[in-house]
Design a protein around this ligand. Structure first.
Ligand code: TYD
Ligand code: MG
Length: 465
């Protein structure tokens, strides 16, 4: 047995033999914590593996790419519905049998709620006979009372344990042999192989890599919860993203009822897929038509709002962008943005001032994406500028008009990808007019029932509003 002492930054995982005040990697202050690692041979995982199916047949062996999967391998790759079509979508078409999924998000956003519902969904739809839910945060009574509130069925197939000792949890897995293991949450478990406190980088990494090992060697699906923390006192799920198959993050704030679940990484499907849920008194519910929900509180012809058809993974979504301009009391006016990168906002306003002649001097500008969505797509440029322009000039935009287009620094309007999908979605939601890049008029000419208005340069925006 060998013992090593190192200092690790709790926000990025950078490790150094000496303590440092400031992390050279991520510039955080006071984030270094002493961590002692004991390197020794691991027997607990292999014991669990042997209980299941003996040493894995393909581990350590060389196979050809074209070789057919073993029966077990094929079973491992087959998909199972989680009972929620929104969750299936972000997973890339359902759960993979031996997949390892990490669900991150702020405390209180609904991770534990979702996992209880997943446990029920999988016992119902995937023929899973045993689920083990290990909680390091809540007592068994608390989980049971939540399950009652959620009216969880199949209670006899879902087993609960309150445990923070990782090795004890492994023993339970060995004893029960579940097909699905839920660990809530990553930061509360500690393993004896690392001598630092639970929630430190080395603990979090060790627990995750052992779970991954378990998922792959014993063919168990593992779902792991990770809290995202504002300050770096406990390590966040970012540190272990590279270790797992699928990473999902909850977005939106816990004050609202809408919950967005985004795929950040997926070895079995597309990234950037988005699932939309609503938190109700009966738990998280799928939102089948999110565009309608995003637009539901829209006012007729309000000033400073524009609609865009953004694409989240494979799904088009109509969202409302809002801008507000007010005279500024400050020498340097404020630029505040929620849901759009502030750098991006600065670029868009600069282009608007230069090429459209709309002045923002002595004006504070506030920008918001309704519904708590975060926009990263350049296809939203034109709509953002339309909203800001409408706010500056105090001219409302017709409520049946939507916008699409990327805007370059010279004010030219550029193509957006998958324009047909977006235009179709706008049409479906009852929009009668849509402004699109003039270079894409041909491509969309087959879509009937919505009037397409071409735009080549952003200075034409003044005629449209
Ligand atoms: P929870 O799943 O405990 O969050 P996390 O595990 O991410 O910390 O969800 C907690 C919040 O969800 C809590 O503030 C109450 C709310 N909630 C509902 O609104 N309806 C419900 O049916 C449940 C179970 C929770
Ligand atoms: Mg929880």
């Amino acid at each position: 047995m060998k013992t090593k002492t190192r200092y690790t930054c709790q926000s990025c995982g950078h490790s150094n033999p000496k303590w440092l005040g400031k992390c050279p990697e991520c510039d955080s202050w006071n984030s270094f914590v002493e961590e002692t690692t004991t390197v020794s041979k691991d027997s607990s995982i292999s014991a669990v593996r042997e209980t299941f199916n003996g040493p894995s047949s393909t581990q350590g062996a060389i196979v050809r790419l074209g070789d057919p999967l073993s029966e077990e391998g094929a079973r491992g790759r087959s998909r199972h519905s989680t009972g929620s079509s929104e969750l299936d979508r972000v997973l890339g078409g359902g759960m993979v049998r031996d997949g390892f999924v990490l669900i991150g998000g702020d405390p209180g956003i609904g991770k534990s709620t979702l996992l209880l519902q997943v446990a029920q969904g999988l016992t119902e739809n995937a023929g899973i006979q045993k689920v083990l839910y290990v909680s390091g945060e809540e007592s068994i009574e608390q989980i049971q009372s939540r399950a009652r509130r959620l009216k969880i069925k199949n209670e006899d197939k879902i087993y609960l344990a309150a445990e923070t000792q990782f090795e004890k949890a492994l023993l339970m897995v060995k004893e029960l042999r579940p097909e699905l293991l839920i660990m809530d949450s990553l930061q509360t478990f500690s393993t004896g192989f690392v001598e630092s406190a639970p929630g430190t980088v080395s603990q979090v990494r060790e627990v995750t890599s052992r779970l991954m090992n378990l998922a792959k060697s014993a063919g168990i699906a593992v779902w792991l919860v990770g809290h995202v923390t504002k300050e770096g006192s406990i390590a966040g799920p970012k540190i272990v993203e590279h270790l797992v198959d699928t990473v999902l993050y909850f977005e939106g704030d816990s004050g609202q009822t809408m919950r967005l679940l985004r795929t950040v990484k997926n070895r079995f499907g597309n990234t950037n897929e988005l699932g939309v849920f609503e938190m109700t008194s009966d738990g998280l519910m799928d939102v089948a038509n999110p565009s309608a929900l995003f637009l539901s509180e829209r006012k007729e012809q309000a000033m400073g709002t524009a609609i865009v058809a953004t694409l989240e993974g494979s799904r088009p979504l109509l969202v409302e962008l809002q801008a507000l301009c007010v005279p500024s009391p400050f020498a340097t006016p404020r630029r505040t943005s929620v849901g759009l990168d502030s750098q991006k906002l600065a670029i868009l306003t600069a282009v608007l001032e230069k090429h459209v002649g709309a002045s923002l001097i002595n004006q504070d500008l506030f920008f918001n994406v309704a519904g708590g969505l975060k926009l990263t797509e350049p296809a939203c440029d034109l709509a953002s500028m339309a909203a800001i322009y409408s706010a500056i000039r105090e001219r409302p935009i017709s409520s049946s008009l939507a916008f699409l287009g990327e805007v370059g620094l010279t004010g030219e309007v550029r193509k957006v990808n998958q324009i047909e999908l977006r235009v179709e979605e706008a049409k479906k939601l009852g929009f009668t007019e849509i402004v699109i890049p003039s270079s894409q008029m041909d491509r969309t000419s087959k879509i009937k029932g919505i009037n397409r208005i071409p735009i080549a340069h952003v200075n034409e925006i003044a005629n449209l509003i």
